[in-house]
Design a binder for this molecule. Structure first.
Ligand code: TEU
Ligand code: CA
Length: 552
């Protein structure tokens, strides 16, 4: 299936379904639930890492790239999953974490043991003359980005956790070893890759201080450097580029439209598409994640519009998403899950999925799972959350406020166990889950949703429309109402046919008048989640209402 029609479902295996009662979701658990996923109608499953790992960053600290962690099952379990998914017309996309390895990886261990061949796999640097760290860079999880390399006089670079050592892609042996990993999984029958933080692999060989630790100027020293494009192209040619119908997505942190185009335009032979995150920073105060202001709706629209327009102009391709395993649940973030759970989730789903790009649905989104709002830090597991908790405590932020910030921003918000039914532990495990189940599982769960809910069926409809309607899959995009305080709207157009989408991001009624160009037109409702039925020059949207019309 082409990238334009494809819909991808993200499974976080650790929290999806546990088949052996150890409290940890596993690969047989994904296989067991394939009929459920197939019923939704998606085409591909992206699996978060299940490779051997000390789990300091939930598997993004890989200690062996070509094996399955016993905690998740066996290689045979993986092969069964690929085969069973295939029978249901579903392809598998794997997560490749090639910017860094766990410090428990054999390569790092050999480096530690003194092997110069493997020492050149990492960024090892001496302290500055005054004895301070090689550069003043911050780790993205808090604290400095350098850690002493055993008891040598050197330090190793880690842009993420101290147990995630950055790989030196300048070394051709590193690139060769990583391309072998990619080819290993292609041979296992996977049809897609999501490449973790791929745009930071190109640190310059001479590393220099930034103007301010953690600043955006600092990020530019190692993000989107020209050599990244060369290496991605090289990887494309050495691995998946030779495969028919392969799907790749690069996770690009703090990237630009210009780079996004180059990473994803077919001519460049780099990737199929990219994830970018600018639209998910609209509830950061002064660019700082660990704050809690209301989201800036106009800014959200502006950013989505910039990316839709810019990527389209340059023949690039967007991944469309509001949720993933690093983000709080979008319904808790942008809507009202207490009073309008169905309206909120269907509105957000439609608004995002009808844009130009490839939609990603994160497990639980299709049943309206929410943030868990744990009220004590003891319930949180994520390393980034725990580090920032300490940072906020040290800053003297009042404890209540810290918990509120963490409730809204923690990556654990999306990592709580999938809610299957209203039995103990939401039917996720017969044991004790590795992270607490959200308290609302008796109301929000798959069994109940399939009996009396409306979100899952709405998502099925949205997916069907992308599969069958070329205006949604192939059409151009044009933003409308960019300055409107509560409505997001846009036109999709293909071969002279147009679809208009209107979404109300707030509670209450809002009445609006169509732009001049559409006032004399007639149109038919394609899909909507609320009372509006008829197209007219002036219309009213209700609570979190969304509607799409096809113009006659
Ligand atoms: O995330 C990279 C990343 O930069 C963010 O999305 C990150 O979670 C955010 O900056 C924190 O505020 C990827 C993975 O998706 C994430 O789970 C890993 O922890 C990270 O890379 C390191 O491998
Ligand atoms: Ca298990």
């Amino acid at each position: 299936m082409s990238k334009t029609k494809k819909v991808i479902y993200q499974v976080y295996p650790k929290s999806f379904y546990d088949t052996n009662g150890d409290g940890i979701g596993d690969l047989p658990g994904v296989t067991e639930k394939l009929d459920y996923i197939a019923d939704l109608g998606v085409d591909m499953i992206w699996l978060n890492p299940f490779y051997p790992s000390p789990q300091n960053d939930n598997g993004y600290d890989v200690s062996d790239y070509t094996a399955v962690d016993p905690m998740f099952g066996t290689m045979e379990d993986f092969e069964t999953l690929v085969e069973e998914a295939g029978k249901r017309g579903i392809e598998i996309m794997l997560d490749m974490v090639l910017n860094h390895t766990s410090t428990e990886h054999e390569w790092f261990q050999k480096a530690l043991a003194g092997d110069p061949y493997y020492q050149d796999f990492y960024y090892l640097r001496p302290a500055k003359e005054d004895g301070s760290l090689p550069t003043n860079w911050d780790s993205k999880f808090g604290g400095p980005a350098w850690e002493p390399f055993a008891d040598t006089d050197k330090y190793y670079l880690h842009l993420f956790d101290v147990t995630q050592a950055d790989l030196n892609w300048h070394n051709p042996n590193v690139r060769q070893a990583l391309f072998e990993v990619v080819n290993f999984w292609i041979a296992k029958g996977v049809k897609g890759f999501r490449f973790d933080v791929l745009n930071v692999i190109g640190k310059s060989e001479v590393l220099i201080d930034s103007e301010k630790p953690g600043s955006s100027q600092e990020k530019r020293l190692y993000t989107d450097t020209p050599i990244v494009h060369e290496w991605i192209h090289e990887m494309n040619q050495a691995t998946f580029g030779t495969q028919e119908g392969f799907t790749t997505v690069g996770e690009m942190s703090s990237t630009t439209v210009e780079n996004g185009v180059r990473y994803s335009k077919p001519d460049a032979k780099e990737l199929t598409m990219i994830f970018q995150f600018h639209h998910l920073k609209v509830d950061y105060e002064n660019g700082e994640k660990w704050t809690n202001p209301p989201f800036d709706f106009i800014e959200l629209k502006r950013i989505l519009d910039d990316w839709q327009t810019g990527m389209s102009d340059g023949d690039g391709w967007n991944a469309l998403f509001l949720n993933n395993h690093d983000q709080p649940r979008s319904n808790s973030r942008f809507g009202d899950v207490e009073n309008y759970p169905f309206e909120t989730q269907s509105m957000l789903g439609q608004t995002i999925q009808f844009l130009r790009g490839t939609p990603y649905i994160f497990q639980g989104e299709e049943i309206g799972m929410t943030n868990p709002n744990y009220d004590t830090i003891d319930d949180y597991r994520d390393v980034e959350t725990l580090n920032n908790y300490k940072i906020l405590v040290d800053k003297g932020t009042p404890h209540d406020e810290i918990i509120k910030i963490i409730q809204s921003k923690s990556r654990d918000n999306s990592r709580t166990p999938m809610q299957w039914d209203d039995s103990e532990q939401a039917g996720f495990t017969s044991g004790t889950p590795w992270i607490k189940v959200a308290a609302n599982y008796p109301q929000v769960n798959v069994a109940r949703e399939r009996q009396q809910g409306k979100i899952f069926t709405y998502y099925q409809e949205l997916i069907k429309i992308r599969h069958t309607n070329d205006i949604i899959s192939e059409g151009t995009y044009r933003g409308l109402f960019l300055d409107h305080p509560s409505i997001m709207a846009y036109v999709r157009e293909y071969e002279g046919q147009q679809i208009l989408v209107f979404s109300h991001f707030y509670a209450g009624d809002v009445t609006f008048t169509l732009p001049e160009e559409f006032q004399k037109r007639t149109a038919t409702k394609l899909i909507g989640n609320g009372p509006l039925e008829t197209f007219s020059p002036t219309m009213t949207l209700s609570n979190y209402e969304t509607i799409a019309f096809i113009l006659d």
